[in-house]
Design a protein around this ligand. Structure first.
Ligand SMILES: NC(=O)c1ccc[n+]([C@@H]2O[C@H](COP(=O)([O-])OP(=O)(O)OC[C@H]3O[C@@H](n4cnc5c(N)ncnc54)[C@H](OP(=O)(O)O)[C@@H]3O)[C@@H](O)[C@H]2O)c1
Length: 336
């Protein structure tokens, strides 16, 4: 079968290889992949910033939708022909994570889904929503669950809250769609006025161009009558986190998600203390939460925002688009 594999760190080392089709063992399913979607994490991986001990060659990409074609012995969750999506943390089923759960992910510790077929434990698969196309379903797992788990499960999102989203990438736009659907007030930041106009059509109540307003936290305070925002999905990290603390209302929560601007931060601790602010690290979520989220998405009929769709052979072009900064999700159609 054909598989896009990383043969060394560096985007240029993603190579289309012919490798043997895997066979499912006990508890595993063979999935014929239809579509996959990219995450910023895929860039971290090929840049060597996610797992410096990555073994090569490694088939890439974690988020996928496909159809089960063979089941190994001792399987019971699915039948042949079922349409499934992957769960990002393949060993986190439910409950509190131990320090290990976020280590086991596709394209990292086990072969990823940017291939014609994938063998995976059936425990890491979830029924795909029938109302979504393959491209849309592939866009869901990592980014949507991260936003949902942060806002709803850990943030207790209510309609009277104001939530701030940084940029218009995958996690932030899913957060915007969730918060808008649940009736919250939303603020979206972006480097682009054109993207901010598009965010308004997805329900953004207020927008801030963070290039024109580098002190975006002051604008967030102004928009909330100096009260601050209840929740922030911190996808930027680095020095941006100090600004997020300043934009927070008392008892508000910042979900620490991303590190686009850096892995380390110096924080205004006195401000955090005075506000009784909550900083919560987030590492996607368990399968149970993905299943809960998909049920709610079905009720709310949330459709992922797809930036662009690439053919399987054009996977390197999709990675280039990831580096440009997409509006929503980038999809690669594996099977036409
Ligand atoms: N902890 C977890 O569980 C988890 C899960 C998923 C993702 N992540 C992390 O979260 C981050 C986002 O991931 P993603 O897949 O959503 O990324 P993505 O789709 O590639 O989106 C990146 C977007 O970030 C925005 N951005 C860049 N610099 C910014 C800045 N200084 N201020 C505000 N926005 C900025 C840009 O939006 P504009 O073009 O609109 O400016 C850009 O399009 C990454 O660091 C990723 O590793 C973590």
């Amino acid at each position: 079968m054909k598989a896009w594999q990383l043969t060394a760190f560096g985007r240029e080392n993603l190579v289309l290889n012919d490798i043997p089709q895997p066979t499912p063992g006990p508890g595993e399913a063979l999935v014929r992949i239809s579509s996959v979607s990219l995450n910023y994490r895929d860039k971290l991986l090929y840049d060597g910033n996610y797992n410096p001990h990555l073994e090569f060659p490694m088939t890439q990409v974690a988020d996928a939708v496909g159809e089960i074609v063979t089941l190994g012995p001792d399987t019971s969750r699915f039948k042949v022909g079922d349409r499934v999506v992957t769960n990002y943390c393949t060993r986190w089923i439910d409950g509190h994570p131990t320090s290990k759960e976020s280590l086991y992910t596709l394209g990292n510790t086990t072969p990823g889904a940017l291939a014609e077929y994938l063998v995976l434990t059936e425990q890491a698969l979830v029924a795909a929503p029938a109302y979504l196309s393959d491209d849309e379903a592939a866009a869901l797992p990592c980014a949507a669950l991260t936003a949902w788990y942060s806002l709803v499960e850990k943030g207790g999102l209510t309609p009277d809250q104001t939530v701030l989203f940084q940029g218009t990438g995958g996690v932030s736009l899913f957060g915007l769609q969730i918060a808008s659907a649940l009736g919250a007030t939303t603020i979206v930041t972006s480097s682009s006025d054109e993207k901010l106009e598009r965010a308004k059509t997805l329900g953004a109540t207020h927008t801030i161009n963070y290039k024109n307003n580098p002190d975006w936290e002051q604008e967030a305070l102004r928009l909330t009558n100096k009260q601050g925002v209840d929740q922030i999905l911190e996808v930027v990290g680095g020095s941006n986190l100090a600004r997020s603390i300043k934009a927070l209302r008392p008892e508000g929560q910042i979900s620490i998600i991303g590190i686009i601007d850096g892995f380390d931060a110096t924080l205004p601790l006195f401000s955090l203390i005075q506000k009784h602010g909550i900083l919560r690290g987030i590492s996607v979520g368990p399968r149970r939460a993905l299943e809960d989220m998909l049920r709610r998405f079905d009720e709310l009929k949330i459709h992922p925002v797809i930036d662009s769709v690439y053919a399987f052979n054009d996977a390197p072009k999709a990675l280039e688009r990831l580096e440009e900064g997409a509006f929503g999700k980038i999809v690669i159609r594996v099977r036409d």
